[in-house]
Design a protein around this ligand. Structure first.
Ligand code: ADP
Length: 728
């Protein structure tokens, strides 16, 4: 490879690349030169351009060469698109190129010979920084680079990367410096924007409430961009008022006071104002000087706090304005499109966050409602997929049943042991699921944790997605073990009761039936004894025999009553519709003798048709009316009324009398077998009548009870169910 010949112009171009900011290493690599060589070129270049521009010399042969290189360098610098300037050792500007003029908006002529303090008279801190770097270079000649924000021609602030390099004069001493300025505003801004967005995104994802996230968001914005404070304003659409919710500021008591004042009051609509306009229009607003803007009502307060410029922008969700953010700067800042754009983007991010928080809140509420309903109506919640495999089971399952759900997950219900279900039971259940039908209280007996079994009752319904595609089942479950156990105990007790009842009835029937024969024998042999040996017996013996006959007769009566009683259950006829009126008439015919003898007045309402065993109904009415006659007062003719009332599902019958009445403590007892309140002499009877009445009424699915005022009469009530439609 032929060695390249470097003429002065080419060398100057290479050096300028370096002055534009390209790293030394990259330049050397690109042009295939050694770093030492490059540095020597740069030194020569800087020495050349510095010398003649300050004091042009008479051309010589050597000078010809030098001035040629110099002209090339100067021409190149002039057309270079980046600002380049020269400074003398005393800090005064020697010159600058066209790009520099354009960048700062300052004419070169007016600037040559001036210092950096004069150039940046509006921004002393910028001048100070430049000056500090210069001083450093005078002390340690060489190159320096640094970033700085500087105000430029249009008043805006730009991010710059400044390169400075010293050059030496003919005497070999440092004569001044050459500087270039690279505008890195775009890069800086995109970095800043990324950093802010990143911080805001993280904050929003970590916080659950807007109030929790906002101070951090405001801080991110202010800190990254150098603004002093910020606040969020919310809008209450119901009352149209808005107020300052959260705020952030640099550590400054005056600003804190200003923000506290902002937060204190509610702002009503109708107020002109900064925030009001943003909320109304949904557009950002910029105020260059808060104290000079009439539309800013808090202007004076803000100025007092040392704030100068402000802007506000909307927090939006689509077309909806949910609130606003405002920011203040301590220095004068001109409207910055980029800043507003960045702010609006963040405002939108917050808007989405607010919508999400609200939606999540609603979702949470919905879920809580669902959970409490599930908890109230059942023990746990479950889900299964379209293959009927269990995919989820709420934790209450194990809490309630003690069964580990792990073996059930991923399996079908019938793949786990169920003690109560047969293959065909499962078949039916599966068919139901395949038809996507809901199911209710499907009971499964599962082996429990301690060897006992646990009864589950499951209900579920099919789940479909938006496209009506079947997605599986979901439902609830309840532990019904206790209920099942109780049912088992109850059933056993009931069966036992039914068995002993049947036994008892059989016993009563057999006993009474079989007892009649020996009784008859006692009776007839006593009579035989009397007939044959009567004349040989003395008075006492005859009296004793009378007792035997009496006893036998009474015993016969008791046995007959017992037999009648046991027959109510065992020998009853089928129920069929009967006219209760006709049955009562028949009973009254049977009672005719007693009625006449006691001069009883029996009245009645017209009785309805009922579903009954007519013989037993007659027995019931006859017993009640018979008792009403029997237990009459000695000095008063009995008045008896048989009534009936429509009581909805049933008929309510009553038999009222004006007899001796019953004391309340006997209201229950009189319905028991052989329970009576009087001696045989006072009122004859065995005490079986009401027991039979009760048995008859109960067999007819009714109730019987008594109401009475002692000494004033009694009313016996009983109910009979009405004939149901379709019952004939
Ligand atoms: P009995 O009539 O054979 O004594 P019941 O079983 O019919 O047996 O009646 C039981 C008891 O209830 C009667 O002994 C009587 O004391 C009381 N009793 C029943 N009906 C009446 C009534 N209408 N008035 C007063 N007491 C009654």
């Amino acid at each position: 490879m032929p060695v390249r010949q470097w003429d002065p112009a080419s060398k100057a171009k290479v050096v300028l690349e370096g002055l534009q900011g390209k790293p030394e290493k990259a330049i050397c690599k690109r042009h295939n030169i050694k770093p030492a060589e490059y540095r020597r070129w740069r030194k020569e270049f800087l020495a050349r351009i510095a010398g003649p521009s300050v004091s042009p010399r008479r051309p010589s042969r050597q000078g010809d060469e030098r001035s040629k290189a110099l002209r090339v360098a100067q021409d190149l610098i002039e057309v270079l698109p980046i600002p380049v300037f020269f400074k003398a050792r005393d800090g005064k500007h020697l010159g600058a190129n066209r790009a520099w003029e354009a960048y700062f908006g300052v004419r070169r002529e007016s600037f040559i010979g001036k210092t950096v303090e004069e150039l940046f008279s509006q921004a002393p801190e910028v001048a100070a920084k430049h000056r500090a770097v210069d001083e450093e270079l005078w002390r340690n000649p060489g190159t320096r680079s640094y970033e700085l924000q500087v105000p430029v021609r249009d008043g805006s602030v730009r991010h710059t990367l400044n390169y400075k390099a010293t050059f030496t004069g003919a005497d070999g001493k440092v004569a001044g410096l050459i500087g270039t300025i690279i505008d890195i505003t775009e890069r800086k801004r995109s970095e800043q924007r990324q950093a802010i967005e990143h911080r805001v995104t993280r904050l929003l994802s970590e916080c659950e409430t807007v109030a929790g996230a906002m101070p951090g968001v405001l801080a991110a914005f202010c800190e990254s961009l150098g603004w002093a404070c910020g606040a969020r304003w919310s809008m209450d659409p119901k009352i149209g008022a808005f107020r300052c919710e959260e705020a952030w500021s640099v550590d400054d008591p005056d600003i804190a006071t200003f923000l506290a004042a902002s937060r204190q009051s509610n702002y009503q609509p109708g107020y002109a104002g900064f925030i009001r306009r943003v909320l109304g229009t949904g557009q950002p607003i910029w105020i260059v000087d808060v104290s000079a803007d009439d539309s800013f009502l808090r202007g004076a307060q803000a100025a007092k706090a040392g704030l100068r410029s402000a802007f506000a922008l909307p927090i939006r969700l689509g077309d909806q304005v949910l609130g606003a953010m405002e920011f203040f700067h301590r220095e004068r800042r001109l409207p910055d499109e980029w800043l507003l754009e960045t702010g609006v983007t963040i405002g939108n991010q917050i808007g989405h966050f607010m919508a999400r928080v609200q939606a999540e809140g609603e979702l949470r509420e919905g879920e809580a409602r669902f959970r409490s309903l599930t908890a109230l109506s059942s023990d746990w919640y479950w889900e299964q997929d379209e293959q009927f495999r269990l995919t989820a089971m709420s934790s209450r399952f194990v809490e309630r049943t003690g069964i580990d759900p792990a073996p059930y997950i991923g399996r079908k219900r019938w793949e786990q042991p169920a003690l109560n279900l047969t293959e065909s039971d499962w078949e039916r259940h599966r068919a139901q699921l395949e038809r996507h039908e809901p199911f209710f209280d499907f009971e499964i007996e599962r082996p429990g944790p301690d060897g006992t079994s646990v009864w589950l009752s499951l209900s579920g319904e099919a789940v479909f997605d938006e496209g009506r595609r079947f997605r599986g089942y979901r439902g609830v479950g309840t532990d019904v073990t206790d209920r099942k156990r109780a049912q088992g105990v109850l059933r056993a007790a009931y069966e036992e009761l039914a068995r002993s009842n049947a036994e008892l009835q059989q016993f009563a029937y057999v006993a009474s039936h079989d007892l009649q024969e020996p009784l008859r024998m006692i009776g007839s042999y006593t009579q035989l004894l009397e007939r044959r040996y009567g004349d040989r017996l003395d008075q006492d013996a005859r009296e004793f025999m009378g007792f035997i006959v009496d006893g036998a007769t009474r015993m016969k009566q008791l046995i007959e009553d017992l037999l009648a009683y046991s027959r109510v259950g065992t020998r009853g006829k089928e129920m069929r519709p009967v006219q209760a009126q006709a049955v009562l008439d028949k009973a009254l015919v049977n009672l005719r003798a007693a009625v006449e003898q006691s001069a009883a007045a029996v009245t009645h309402e017209s009785l309805p048709e009922v579903n009954a065993d007519d013989t037993q109904l007659a027995q019931l009415l006859q017993n009640l009316v018979g008792n009403a006659i029997k237990f009459r007062k000695k000095d008063e003719a009995p008045r008896i009324h048989v009534g009936v009332e429509d009581a909805g599902d049933e008929w309510h019958f009553s038999v009222a009398d004006n007899g001796i009445g019953i004391e309340p403590q006997y209201f229950e007892r009189i319905f028991l077998v052989f329970q009576r309140l009087h001696t045989q002499d006072e009122y004859p009877g065995t005490g079986i009548g009401l027991a039979i009445c009760r048995k008859v009424v109960e067999r007819h699915r009714g109730r019987i009870w008594v109401e009475s005022a002692y000494g004033e009469g009694s009313t016996f009530h009983f109910t009979l169910p009405k004939i149901q439609k379709g019952e004939t």
